[in-house]
Design a protein around this ligand. Structure first.
Ligand SMILES: [Zn+2]
Length: 440
């Protein structure tokens, strides 16, 4: 079963898939390289988290007549960096959505996605925006523009990057990103909403009804978005709902408050140093906005206070179309709060933990910047799946401690030696570390 998602097979699958990508080059143009040589090479850079991986492989190829680019990443011939950009630029970031779903659907098929199912009996998908490739000088037709206080124009790219999250689960699983395009508008909030709407219409078919809870910050807690999710796509949501942006709703809440219309559940927690009071308050049938057509939603609030000092340690409120009861309110708040994971686990990982999402890998003339960002996120998904299902990968990551050490070692080994398969590489590392499992 695991075979289908083993690295060797995933790379083989990518090679076959990417060979079929549209080739818009004119025949007299440089057609020496297959499109897949360009895409697999770019993917290899993100997977190895190394800008110099391909240079080392070109050297190995010239000295030994073979390289890890071919054996591990199925690159037939390694193009130069400018050739890779030329090969990849005419592609669309959309071309790679199918690859995310191939991996996620297979994970589901193998019952391995179940570990992301939460206590509300749904999968939580957190929505959030992320910006990357910011520059004052370099730009492309897909760039967004903003002016800073001094009047200097900055070019950048932006996307919503949905991920599967679960309370208590350290990994997150990235879904295909949706890029914000210049036509989406000028306000950050509008752009993100429009892109989210596009994402939903593209991908909703992958989820059976009532199987997903979307998480998002305050900008998603508006009538059109909530209506789309609840009524059109028949899924759930838990969105942050701030008083500043929902005055009508909070007037209603304060009215209910005065008339005993708010239910309360209180728990005491010991955090290791002092006691905390966790107070959940919730109400049903609250109008999201003013007007007779307003959606009626449930509202909940969690306030955590220091038991001795009374200091407020955490406070947040949400709207949801889940039915809130005094038994599930704790789970609802917990799932709602995992939204922060998208920033910690996904966006920060992509920016700081070796993926260098913000680094400017190239804008190109067409969709290059977004295609490269998509391949970077796809590399993150493949790494995470290996962490979830591949025993050798798990043992190595555990034995080497920091993820940085693991990737340093991968880079160093593949610089000097050529491995025929991923299994060979992992076996070599395991034997060296003396952590190889005993033969059955
Ligand atoms: Zn650009």
């Amino acid at each position: 079963m695991r075979q289908k998602l083993s690295l060797q097979n995933v790379m083989g699958y990518f090679r076959v898939r990417w060979s079929k990508l549209p080739d818009v080059r004119r025949p007299n143009n440089n057609t020496r390289y297959d499109i897949a040589d360009g895409v697999n090479s770019a993917f290899a850079v993100f997977f190895m988290q190394s800008g110099s991986f391909l240079a080392h492989q070109r050297l190995l190829q010239s000295k030994k007549g073979r390289s890890n680019a071919r054996s591990l990443f199925q690159v037939e011939e390694i193009p130069s960096d400018p050739q890779i950009r030329n090969l990849v630029d005419p592609l669309s970031s959309r071309d790679f959505q199918e690859d995310f779903w191939f991996l996620l659907d297979e994970l589901k098929e193998q019952q391995r996605l179940l570990q992301f199912r939460n206590e509300l009996n749904t999968y939580a998908v957190a929505l959030d925006g992320v910006s990357f490739f910011s520059s004052e000088k370099i730009s492309c037709p897909k760039c967004l523009k903003r002016e800073d206080r001094s009047g200097t124009e900055h070019y950048y790219h932006s996307a919503i990057t949905p991920v599967f999250v679960k309370p208590g689960q350290s990994q997150v699983l990235p879904l295909p990103p949706e890029f914000i395009v210049p036509q989406d508008g000028s306000e950050k909030q509008d752009c993100e909403r429009v892109a989210a709407k596009r994402w939903l219409s593209q991908h909703h078919g992958h989820f059976p009804e009532h199987s997903v809870t979307y998480l998002g910050d305050d900008l998603y807690a508006n009538q059109p978005t909530c209506q789309l999710i609840a009524e059109t796509y028949r899924q759930f949501f838990i969105f942050v709902c701030k008083p500043e942006s929902h005055p009508g709703l909070y007037e209603w809440i304060s009215f209910l408050d005065k008339n005993n219309g708010i239910e309360t559940v209180t728990h005491r927690h010991w955090n290791g140093k002092h006691g905390e009071t966790w107070q959940y308050r919730f109400a049903h049938q609250v109008p999201l906005r003013n007007g007779s057509d307003a959606l009626q939603l449930s509202w909940l609030e969690l306030v955590i206070t220091h038991e001795d000092t009374g200091e407020i340690l955490y406070q947040n409120s949400f709207v949801t179309n889940h039915l809130i009861t005094s038994t599930n309110v704790i789970q609802l708040a917990q799932v709602g709060r995992t939204r922060w994971k998208i920033e910690n686990e996904n966006n920060n990982t992509l920016k700081t933990k070796g993926y260098c999402l913000e680094h400017n890998f190239g804008h190109g003339q067409q969709d290059l910047a977004n295609v490269l960002a998509t391949l970077n996120m796809l590399a993150f998904l493949v790494h995470t799946i290996q962490e979830l299902i591949e025993p050798a990968y798990q043992r190595l990551r555990r034995a080497l401690g920091a993820r940085k050490t693991f990737f340093n070692d991968l880079r160093a080994l593949t610089r000097y030696m050529v491995f025929d398969t991923w299994d060979d590489l992992f076996r070599f590392m395991e034997e060296g570390l003396e952590i190889a499992p005993l033969p059955p």
